[in-house]
Design a protein around this ligand. Structure first.
Ligand SMILES: [Zn+2]
Length: 345
């Protein structure tokens, strides 16, 4: 088996109730020998989904699937997958840079070339060759282009699964050559009962599902971090900052205990809240300018805060975003007759 190092210890096969139907459908196609050579699955959740990818591959390989085509966990193929030792499976993901020890920003062309080579070899076991690329949207342009020939002329008994959170980021040439499957977030009633089973308190479930646009996995993760409580506190600090009760360093000190990913989401929420507030007022020329600046800042902050997450520059970038935010809000409010109403509730 060829696998990138970062995948070594994460074969914790699990599937969520709203994902099971897709797994079942693909296992049935496989049993009928109608599984496409290339499958592009867009998964709606924002939460890391490599476990779903591993589960799907294990289900496709299992020699003795149980109810709903769940992998048995006991046959030779399941055991090889669980031991991360299945000889005909290749997993390609974003890996750590050997020199900097930071995660690369994309999936490199060398990795994709290795995957193509693996798929072209004769399978060791009867189930054929399987490759999983996740998150597929992280392939850079040359990595994606190098896959085209494989997609047009797939090797016998080979299946390539591209799992992505955003199929739109993949070139159309790739998308058009794959069977496309969309894995949506669960319907509201299923999301609610699942979160209840996971132990989330009933009175906050609705709020978390609204915040995450029904992404139940993300809702669960955020509720474990007490995100809504943190968000409300941060919003109050932002208001103090805009009212000159706190300076930018003071605001940073109030926020710095939060995980960078939580902090990024809070900032995004505050910025989107101020965009919504802008849209609710009459859009005269100065407001249009403010709106444009806020949208630009939202995109910019999402990018820089993600890029700098593990870097000393994070504080500098964050303060830069906070200063820009205040400048935009102050400029926008010079002509406003109402109090700034940017808070998201
Ligand atoms: Zn099995």
């Amino acid at each position: 088996m060829s696998v990138d190092d970062s995948a070594i210890d994460l074969i914790e096969g699990k599937v969520l109730p709203w994902q099971q139907q897709t797994v079942k459908h693909l296992v049935e196609l496989n049993q009928q020998r109608r599984l496409p050579h290339a499958i592009l699955i867009e998964i709606a959740t924002q939460v890391d989904s490599r476990n779903f990818g591993w589960y799907l591959v294990t289900a496709l390989l299992c020699k003795n699937p149980g109810d709903e085509h769940r992998p048995c966990g006991a046959c030779q193929h399941c055991r090889l997958m669980h031991a991360n030792n299945y000889p005909d499976f290749t997993f390609t993901t974003v890996i750590e840079n050997e020199k900097t020890h930071k995660l690369n920003k994309d999936i490199k062309i060398d990795q994709v070339r290795r995957l193509i080579h693996q798929l072209s070899l004769t399978p060791n076991l009867q189930a054929g060759k399987l490759a999983l690329v996740y998150p597929a949207e992280k392939m850079n342009t040359s990595s994606a282009n190098s896959l085209l020939k494989t997609l047009e002329e797939p090797a016998d008994q080979s299946t390539l699964i591209l799992l992505t959170h955003n199929a739109g980021k993949l070139p159309i040439t790739i998308r058009s050559r794959c069977q496309f499957i969309k894995l949506n977030n669960p319907p509201m009633d299923m999301a609610q009962s699942w979160l209840t089973q996971q132990g989330v308190e009933a009175q906050v479930i609705q709020e978390y599902l609204q915040l995450t646009h029904q992404d139940a996995e993300l809702a669960l993760n955020l509720s474990k971090q007490n995100f809504i409580e943190n968000l409300k506190q941060a919003q109050a600090h932002f208001q103090d900052y805009l009212d000159n009760q706190l300076d930018v360093v003071g605001l940073y000190n109030q926020l710095k205990h939060l995980e960078p990913s939580t902090l990024r989401l809070i900032i995004k929420n505050v910025l989107i809240g101020s965009i919504q507030a802008c849209l609710e007022r009459p859009l005269e020329a100065s407001k249009k300018q403010q709106l444009k600046h806020l949208i630009d800042l939202t995109k910019h902050s999402n990018f820089v805060l993600q890029t700098e997450e593990n870097n000393l520059n994070f504080q500098l970038q964050l303060e830069d975003v906070l200063i820009s935010f205040k400048q935009i809000q102050n400029r926008g409010n010079d002509n406003a007759s109402t109090e700034p109403g940017y808070l998201v509730t």
